[in-house]
Design a protein around this ligand. Structure first.
Ligand SMILES: Cc1cc2nc3c(=O)[nH]c(=O)nc-3n(C[C@H](O)[C@H](O)[C@H](O)COP(=O)(O)OP(=O)(O)OC[C@H]3O[C@@H](n4cnc5c(N)ncnc54)[C@H](O)[C@@H]3O)c2cc1C
Ligand SMILES: *[C@@H]1O[C@H](CO)[C@@H](O)[C@H](O)[C@H]1NC(C)=O
Ligand SMILES: *[C@@H]1O[C@H](CO)[C@@H](O)[C@H](O)[C@H]1NC(C)=O
Ligand SMILES: *[C@@H]1O[C@H](CO)[C@@H](O)[C@H](O)[C@H]1NC(C)=O
Ligand SMILES: *[C@@H]1O[C@H](CO)[C@@H](O)[C@H](O)[C@H]1NC(C)=O
Ligand SMILES: *[C@@H]1O[C@H](CO)[C@@H](O)[C@H](O)[C@H]1NC(C)=O
Length: 678
């Protein structure tokens, strides 16, 4: 059974977006898992492990597996369940559906701005109506209550690695060298961090640069089969249009052939070359996919280690995984001069955290505690890590006192410095659907594309579901790029309507298969004014998240100018297209949004991000706002580290997850080394 979607969509007017309604509890088809999902059970109460890791996402999972492989006893705790072999999570092309999948979705509603007048101009602004459904748009029915803008996260084994778009792109050399510079710790230098990329990767695309890749790691990388692009004349024409807009046109070549395309698309965005970060280039995009074109992620690594057995059938490594377990507090021994983390308190139960739409307003869950003889490592993500630290008494003193939380350590930087990228979609519509997707039903009924993905023998033969849709992307510079010459704009193409996140966005994105979005992404954005604030001392409640975007934060005019330039490449690419299979009419921003000023206001109103980070940053010893030192240790306490998207002083790269994986691998080395000398 499907959710009722708004009349506007079904009447075929999805092109002009506004006035959208969607159920708060949409009905979804639940298919049986394709493999083994890990059973849900809480921890053994009062047990002791050397390490307790809170959160099994990209920050927590690789680290926990490495500690166990090194012989340590480790407990990984996650508030969610395992759904890693469910269709929605496995199939690359269904990633938007994964992020709205009832059994794993955590929905945050965030503020892009504190300024309400500006905030409500966003057509993605979401309200709960008196009828009890979501309204998304600028004309909410009378009596509606404003929630904010949807920010999807995954509360599930593997965290957001289970719903993300699979894009695997390394950060820049400068991103790492900056951390080395502020900490004075040269183990953060780019040349050293490169080893962690090679350690985690299992590269499966050719030709790659060979140097600079790993071939035996736990994360499999592959490209969208180029034959799929070549077979779809629309996509091929868009590749050429993008190349032309970038001044790399190859008009007159047989671009709709594999060879022609390969002349345009450089293969290796993750090459180790020194000029890789400054080259303007169109690349195919490496995706985290295994040999079956199924999502590849650290969940597999974690499960492989947890399930490994000796010859006699006994457990090989001391790694336990507790699911449906919400950690509510890190406990400290405060009798010592420096407070020392001793373990965590938790609640066991399904859907206890209120980002999970199934959560109750009643307080449920069975309480318990576990102990860490060595350390607690918090890897709960950019929103939950600062929330958990604050709930545990580590954070800005005034905020903790407001909620009657005893202060263990006054650390004013916790929950500040939040950063994200700015993204805007430029959307066009062709007269006919993309050949690539024509037969795809996107979970709405019997689906030939899913059958092909399941039964096809590999690559092109597995069909349109073997890609996340973002098959290629451009890296380039805006006039506002940093002086260090790193690119600051990514322009990616995707055969879907992508204008950001709102309840039901996945259904909307694929409801018209003749739509293409040029997605512009501003990297190395300047704003670091975002905040994560607790709204109560109840650990089930979600925090208040405010990005203070653009003009409200730092460097707003510069970032906005860069976004404008990115959008104009997208607009130009539509306008300059040689229609091998029909031209595209721009539908979003609506064609009347034309002048630079109007386009800028559009970007102010409509931008979004999905790489929230930097909320417990590493910083210099003399930086009062630093939360961590260069060894991931929370300053001012002992036995506590943070390893996840929160640790970065500045948001790294174009995409963030590869940087988190690399940091997690590094943290494992740091912690294993520290254990040897204590
Ligand atoms: C829709 C979407 C698409 C994305 N696509 C890409 C992409 O293509 N490429 C890319 O590089 N990046 C992408 N990202 C970003 C990337 O996936 C995230 O930045 C990354 O997963 C963050 O990792 P993390 O370990 O910091 O936290 P998370 O992945 O959020 O993991 C945190 C885990 O901790 C658990 N947890 C939280 N609080 C508690 C608690 N109190 N007790 C117990 N457990 C708790 C959660 O259940 C979760 O499993 C995307 C993000 C989104 C939202
Ligand atoms: C755990 O310890 C607490 C406090 O000592 C005790 O009340 C509780 O019964 C113990 N739980 C188990 C399962 O042993
Ligand atoms: C709030 O936003 C509106 C709309 O963008 C703008 O006109 C106004 O100046 C802003 N107010 C402040 C105090 O910045
Ligand atoms: C790919 O599919 C085959 C056949 O079902 C299976 O044996 C193999 O384990 C799968 N690979 C992964 C990485 O899951
Ligand atoms: C919100 O969090 C930020 C960062 O921790 C902090 O500086 C600020 O004081 C907090 N605001 C409130 C109202 O507590
Ligand atoms: C699902 O498919 C049915 C029948 O093919 C169609 O009428 C309906 O509009 C589709 N729903 C969505 C949300 O696309």
């Amino acid at each position: 059974m499907k959710a009722a979607v708004s009349a506007a969509l079904l009447a075929g007017t999805a092109s002009a977006f506004n006035d959208w309604t969607f159920p708060i509890h949409p009905e979804q088809d639940i298919y049986g898992p394709n493999g083994d999902n890990y059973p849900s059970a809480g921890p053994q109460a009062n047990s002791t492990y050397e390490y307790v890791v809170v959160g099994s996402g990209p920050g927590g999972a690789p680290l926990a597996a490495r500690l166990a492989l090194a012989g340590h006893s480790v407990l990984v705790i996650d508030a969610g369940e395992d759904h890693g072999t469910d269709r929605q999570l496995e199939v690359p092309a269904l990633h938007p559906y994964a992020s709205e999948y009832n059994p794993s979705r955590w929905d945050y509603f965030v503020n892009h701005y504190a300024n309400e007048t500006q905030a409500i101009r966003d057509t993605k602004m979401t309200y709960v109506t008196p009828k009890g459904e979501y309204y998304v748009g600028t004309n909410p029915p009378e009596g509606s209550v404003r929630k904010g803008v949807l920010y999807p996260r995954a509360g599930t084994l593997g965290g957001c690695s289970q719903h993300n778009a699979l894009v695997t792109v390394k950060p820049t050399r400068n991103d790492w060298n900056h951390i080395a510079a502020i900490t004075g710790d040269d183990s953060w230098e780019a040349d050293k961090m490169q080893a962690y990329f090679e350690k985690m990767e299992s590269c499966n695309y050719l030709p790659n640069s060979i140097a600079g890749h790993g071939f035996g790691g736990w994360l499999q990388t592959r490209l969208t089969p180029v034959g799929l692009i070549a077979e779809d004349l629309k996509v091929a024409s868009l590749v050429v249009a993008a190349a032309t807009a970038m001044g790399k046109g190859l008009l007159g070549k047989l671009v709709h052939t594999v060879t022609g395309l390969l002349e345009i698309l450089a293969l290796d965005i993750n090459n180790p070359g020194k000029n890789r970060d400054s080259l303007e280039q169109i690349y195919q995009i490496p995706l985290a996919m295994d040999e079956n074109y199924s999502r590849s992620s650290p969940r597999t690594l974690l499960l492989d280690v947890a399930r490994a057995t000796n010859d006699d059938g006994s457990k090989k490594y001391k790694l336990d995984i507790a699911l449906n377990t919400l950690v509510t507090k890190v406990n400290f021994d405060t009798t010592a001069t420096t407070p020392k983390a001793t373990g965590v308190d938790y609640l066991v139960g399904k859907s206890l955290y209120r980002a999970d739409p199934r959560a109750s307003t009643e307080d449920g869950g069975i309480p318990g505690s576990v102990y860490a003889s060595r350390e607690v490592i918090v890897s709960a993500g950019a929103f939950n890590t600062p929330q958990l630290l604050k709930l545990s008494g580590v954070g800005p003193k005034e905020e903790l006192e407001t909620h009657d939380i005893p202060v263990v350590k006054n650390l004013p930087g916790v929950g500040g410095n939040m950063q994200d990228r700015y993204e805007v979609g430029v959307v066009g519509k062709a007269p006919t659907p993309f050949a690539l997707l024509e037969k795809c039903k996107f979970l709405n009924g019997t689906d030939p594309c899913y059958d092909q993905w399941t039964h096809g023998v590999g690559g092109t033969l597995k069909g349109g579901y073997t890609t996340n849709g973002i098959a290629f992307g451009f890296l380039h510079h805006s006039s506002q790029a940093d002086k260090n010459d790193d690119q600051d704009l990514f322009l990616g193409g995707v055969p879907a309507f992508f204008n950001g996140y709102f309840p039901g966005y996945s259904v909307h994105a694929t409801s018209d298969l003749s739509i293409w979005t040029w997605l512009t992404l501003k990297a190395h954005s300047r704003n670091n004014a975002g905040t994560v604030n607790i709204t109560s001392a109840n650990p089930r409640d979600t925090p208040q998240i405010t990005f203070h975007s653009l003009g409200e934060g730092v460097g707003g005019e510069q970032d906005l100018q860069a976004v404008l330039e990115g959008m104009k490449y997208g607009i130009e690419a539509f306008e300059g297209l040689v229609p091998l299979d029909g031209a595209f009419d721009r539908v979003w921003p609506p064609p009347e949004v034309e002048s630079d000023e109007d386009l800028k206001q559009f970007a102010r109103d409509e931008h979004w991000g999905h790489h929230a980070s930097c909320t417990a940053p590493i910083g210099a010893d003399d930086d009062a706002m630093a939360v961590l030192d260069g060894k991931f240790r929370v300053r001012g306490v002992e036995g506590l580290r943070v390893v996840d998207a929160s640790i970065f002083p500045k948001i790294p790269g174009m995409y963030i997850v590869a940087a988190i994986y690399m940091a997690s691998e590094k943290a494992a080395d740091v912690i294993i080394e520290a254990a040897k000398s204590s």
